[in-house]
Each structure stands twice: as structure tokens, then as C-alpha cells.
Ligand binder design. Structure first.
Ligand SMILES: CC(C)(COP(=O)(O)OP(=O)(O)OC[C@H]1O[C@@H](n2cnc3c(N)ncnc32)[C@H](O)[C@@H]1OP(=O)(O)O)[C@@H](O)C(=O)NCCC(=O)NCCS
Length: 167
């Protein structure tokens, strides 16, 4: 699904379903935040790989807030979508819901914004297809992501640059 060289968010959208197992939980029987972060990273990276048609690395994750606990045995649903595409980077939003298997009731637990950079075989950033928003919701997400990107780039500019010793 491409639109004149670009791709709509729907072409790379990801839906991932997990179940909370005993090894994922703490002594209170609720899930470790790090486990949810791992699932968020995987769902978002698959969306990034689909959009960019190749490998991606996580460049940054914006502040994460866990709004409600997720319990042992609950079903976890993650939805990831590309919100914005720059030259080599993408912002991907992930929404996380928990589902009680006894009632099928779902509740919103977390959202996250991640930036992925598409990389070539040498680990260097590579250009990617532009994003083609298809509807008002896509356009709103894109506008909001642009504002967050400006804030990220300003914070990056304020940090000293680090180089990968292998590159
Ligand atoms: C991400 C990485 C490839 C960027 O390399 P770089 O040489 O700094 O790249 P550039 O300065 O050319 O920037 C490339 C793009 O990434 C974006 N970017 C780089 N660092 C970023 C950050 N911390 N947050 C958001 N965007 C970032 C730039 O804005 C640019 O976007 P654009 O091309 O869409 O305009 C490099 O920092 C890296 O390899 N980091 C480690 C990634 C990793 O291993 N992640 C796994 C977890 S450790």
C-alpha cells in the first residue's frame, strides 16, 4: 500500500496481543514496567520496519506513564502507528490496553512515543519513504508529533554529541 512513493500510517500499523505470565510479574502480582516497555519497543519497531522497509534502531523514548496496573493473567493489547516521518527517523505512537479475560472489559493503561532511525548495513541512518496521512486523525497525529520532534531536537542540541566508536 503506497501513495506516490509515500506510505500511509495504515500500511505499517501493528496490533500485538500478549498475556501476563507469572514470570512477568512482581510480588504484588502486577506486571513489571520493564516488560511493558519491551513489548512497546517491539510493537513500535515492527511498525518502523514495515514503514522503512528494513532495519531500525530505537533513538529515544519519551516519558512513559503507567496509568493503571496490569495483573497476572490479563490480556495486553498494543497498537503502534507511525505518526511522523522525517528524513531518516520516524515517531511511532503506541497505545496499551489491558483486558480482563473474565469480563472482556478493556482499560487504557499506557501510551508512549518512540523515535526510530532507519539504518543501513553499516549502521548509518538511511532515507525513508515519506508518510502520507489519509484522514483528519492521521493529520492531527502528524501535527502533534512535529511539535514533540521540535522539543526533542532542542534537547538533543543541548547535549554534547557522542560518537559510536565502531563507526
Ligand atoms: C540513532 C542513531 C543511528 C542516530 O545516529 P546519528 O549519527 O546521530 O544520526 P543523525 O544525526 O544523522 O540523525 C539521524 C536522524 O535521527 C534523529 N535522531 C538522532 N538522535 C535522536 C534522538 N535522541 N531522539 C530523536 N531523534 C533523534 C535525527 O533528528 C535525524 O532525523 P531525520 O533524519 O529524520 O531528520 C545513533 O545515535 C545510534 O546508533 N544510537 C544507538 C541506537 C541503539 O542502539 N538503540 C538501541 C537501544 S541502546
Amino acid at each position: 500500500m503506497t501513495t506516490a512513493g509515500g506510505k500511509p500510517p495504515a500500511a505499517s500499523r501493528v496490533e500485538m496481543t500478549e498475556i501476563v505470565l507469572p514470570g512477568d510479574t512482581n510480588a504484588l502480582g502486577t506486571i513489571f514496567g520493564g516488560k511493558v516497555m519491551q513489548w512497546i519497543d517491539i510493537a513500535a519497531s515492527v511498525a518502523g520496519m514495515r514503514h522503512s522497509g528494513g532495519n531500525v534502531v530505537t533513538a529515544s523514548i519519551d516519558g512513559l506513564t503507567f496509568l493503571t496496573p496490569i495483573h497476572l493473567g490479563e490480556i495486553v493489547l498494543l497498537q503502534a502507528q507511525v505518526n511522523f516521518v522525517g528524513r531518516t527517523s520516524m515517531e511511532i505512537g503506541v497505545r496499551v490496553e489491558a483486558e480482563d479475560p473474565r469480563t472482556a472489559a478493556r482499560r487504557y493503561t499506557t501510551k508512549a512515543y518512540l523515535t526510530f532511525v532507519a539504518i543501513d548495513a553499516d549502521g548509518k541512518p538511511r532515507p525513508i519513504a515519506p508518510l502520507v496521512p489519509e484522514n483528519d486523525e492521521d493529520r492531527r497525529r502528524c501535527q502533534d508529533a512535529l511539535a514533540r520532534r521540535d522539543a526533542r531536537l532542542a534537547s538533543r542540541a543541548a547535549r554534547p554529541a557522542l560518537r559510536d566508536p565502531r563507526r
